[in-house]
Design a protein around this ligand. Structure first.
Ligand SMILES: [Zn+2]
Length: 463
């Protein structure tokens, strides 16, 4: 009897450790399309004053929840231009019991203004607060549904490169052209869901379109959903410096080139990205996604962009402001009467997520491929504003696991993250150009990349 008891105790003690806990994964989605027939919808991403005329295809919040042992992680992606950090904070508050929630956007340029920068005119925000509430509720619901639908699965991972599917709109020409895809399957080998990550601006419909659309992302998801008969989450990765579908040559079945700004090209491009995912899946290998480990860091960055400061002062850009004191880890909130000459700062967050043999970088904006792939120009161009700036620690160089993935616009959208020694706002301009290349006007400033990359290094290295 005594011996039997002892045996039972030993079993209870070592049982869970010996018997690996399963990976549980679920998917959920919410339709978050605003209705332009009920209220004005200002489309984001290009110029101001672009009013939506109708809905072409739905905007979605798509979520995946992964659980193992006592940990639970949610990743959600929304078909909008970008969401500030306060949205992620608010969503997290409504989801107790999660180890980590990552709220990202696809950076869609054919959906509503969710940042305040694209209203009717310079002085008007394009944000509808009621829509933002509904959007947030949709995000929470998608995650809750994904959580409820969790099932025991195994996973395979694949990757494929396609430089021809990207146009790089800014010198130096460095593309992040790797697509990463995860497929989950149950014990009968039936696919239960797909997560696909690609690095491109969803802006194929361009600046004249007035119909609400998820751009090519909707077509990529549709392609994969149909082919694999399962839910799909699309994640946007590296989109700075400047990864775009515009000017990418896409042909129809007859070999005719399709024009930017058309639904024909947008649909075709989306399908091509879907087919790239199929190619990656055809060669996919089993991957262990447990155990989980997550590290995040909140930090501050100065705002040196006069246009953003103006946006703050006009009340068009609504997010918490801080006073920059030279320390990324310490800043005081802006008081009721701030000194107009004070250097302002914003608070953001980087994340490092390890799911077994897969590491994920959660980067809060549009990072340049140079910074992800350790390809910052060296030596710098003679025209660079800060030729002596140190090269930032590369994002992927910090990630030592077998598999890597990046989620851009993760838990924030701070704009472009430009290598400091490629910052080029003042004449003489780089590469002998007569004027500055596009980019700096949509960045917080030259200190953004050095601070952010250092913060990521510190979480990846556990500092
Ligand atoms: Zn962008």
């Amino acid at each position: 009897m005594q011996r039997f008891l002892l045996l039972c105790v030993t079993f209870a003690f070592t049982g869970p450790a010996l018997q690996a806990q399963p990976l549980l994964v679920g998917f959920g989605e919410s339709n978050v399309t605003p209705d332009p027939a009920k209220k004005d919808v200002w489309l984001a991403g290009f110029g101001k004053g672009r009013k939506a005329t109708k809905i072409h295809d739905p905007l979605m919040a798509r979520a995946v929840v992964l659980a193992h042992d006592k940990q639970k992680i949610a990743i959600v992606s929304v078909d909008v231009v970008g969401l500030f950090h306060d949205v992620a904070v608010s969503v997290r508050k409504q989801l107790p019991g999660f180890t980590y929630v990552l709220v990202s956007s696809t950076h869609n340029h054919e959906g509503p203004d969710t940042m305040g920068l694209w209203g009717e005119n310079l002085f008007a925000s394009g944000i509808d607060p009621d829509y933002m509430k509904a959007l947030e509720a949709g995000i929470v619901k998608a995650i809750q549904d994904a959580d409820k639908g969790k099932k025991e699965v195994t996973a395979v991972i694949g990757a494929a490169n396609a430089p021809d599917l990207l146009h790089d709109g800014r010198e130096p020409y460095v593309k992040h052209d790797e697509l990463v895809v995860l497929r989950f399957q149950n014990s009968r080998k039936i696919t239960t869901g797909i997560v696909v990550q690609w690095n491109c601006h969803p802006e194929t419909l361009s600046s004249k379109n007035t119909e609400i659309s998820a751009d090519y992302v909707g077509y990529t998801v549709e392609h994969l959903k149909k082919k694999h008969d399962c839910p799909v989450v699309y994640l946007t990765g590296t989109v700075g410096g400047l990864m775009t579908s515009l000017r990418v040559e896409v042909k129809d079945d007859q070999g005719k080139a399709l024009a930017d700004g058309t639904f024909e090209k947008t649909e075709r491009y989306g399908q091509l990205v879907g087919k790239l995912a199929d190619k990656a899946l055809a060669a996919a290998k089993p991957v262990k996604l447990t155990p989980f480990e997550v590290r995040t860091k909140s930090f501050f960055m100065p705002i040196d962009n006069a246009f953003y400061v103006l946006g703050f002062n006009l009340g068009v850009l609504k997010r918490d402001g801080y006073l920059w004191k030279g320390d990324p880890l310490k800043a005081d909130p802006v008081g009721p009467k701030p000194d107009p000459k004070a250097r302002m700062a914003i608070k953001s967050e980087v994340g490092w997520i390890k799911l077994g043999d897969l590491e994920i970088a959660a980067i809060p904006g549009e990072i340049y491929p140079e910074l992800v792939l350790s390809k910052v120009q060296d030596p710098p161009d003679k025209g660079a504003d800060y030729p002596d700036a140190a090269i930032e620690p590369g994002i992927y160089a910090q990630m030592k696991s077998k598999h890597r993935m990046i989620v851009g616009l993760a838990n924030d959208e701070i704009g472009y993250i430009i290598p400091k020694r490629q910052w080029d706002a003042k004449a003489p301009f780089c590469y002998g150009r007569k004027k500055a290349q596009y980019g700096e006007e949509n960045s917080l400033g030259p200190e953004t990349a050095p601070i952010l990359c250092e913060m990521f290094r510190s979480v990846a290295e556990r500092k």
